[in-house]
Design a binder for this molecule. Sequence first.
Ligand SMILES: *Cc1c(COP(=O)(O)O)cnc(C)c1O
Length: 247
Amino acid sequence: MRRVRDRIASACDRARRAPDSVKLVAVTKSVGIYTIRELLELGVTDVGESYVQELVRRAAMIREAIERIPLSGSLSAGAAVEPKWHLIGHLQRNKARSVMPWVTMIHSLDSLRLAEDLSSGAEKAGRRLDVLLQVNAGEESQKFGVPVAAATHMAEQIRSLPALRLCGLMCMAPLIDDQQRLRRIFVRVRELFEEIQTERLAGPAFEQLSMGMTQDFEIAIEEGATIVRVGSALFEGLEPSAKAPPA
Ligand SMILES: *Cc1c(COP(=O)(O)O)cnc(C)c1O
């Protein structure tokens, strides 16, 4: 945790950016509920999960645990605060409803039909939902995300949906070692992001660039990421038993 925060701060420093201009979303898909609670005690405020079912299950468990802490409890303050939950993995349209009560931000919006479903679901729930448009900027065929060429048009269309707030773009680079290629991908997404901003195709909330994970978060920060989604690097050195999700 400390190490990841230090690495984020150094990358901000190199890019001459303020350290608080980058938000860490701790990706917890590979760890259990106790580890998540430890992260909260260490001050993590934002947690990311890939699967709807896991997000809902864990968010409910954390809420229940927090409600059980007596007010006079000796636990640190952080442990008593619910995190914001981010859905970072692909969302199937038929799961949009179940995630609605729990999720703060969906990073993986990748079709207009899903956007329409989410907007009407959010409307019914009486809320506004923050979303990021996932862009497929890898130089090879990837499963999810809209192609770069389709992103501006999609951003405009999402703008007309009343209960969604389009907050920016998300991208997931392919798992590769080639730093130059990773950097090119992030630059491309940042340029797209800036284009959507300067041409005012999205609303004023369009400010977030979610890119970078364990393999590449420092490059992503150097290229403008405002949100990094880091999992494995947070849990290096953990006992395997602590990593295993509970049965
Ligand atoms: C798992 C995952 C991450 C985090 O990956 P690490 O390599 O563990 O940091 C980030 N983003 C998405 C979309 C993921 O599925």
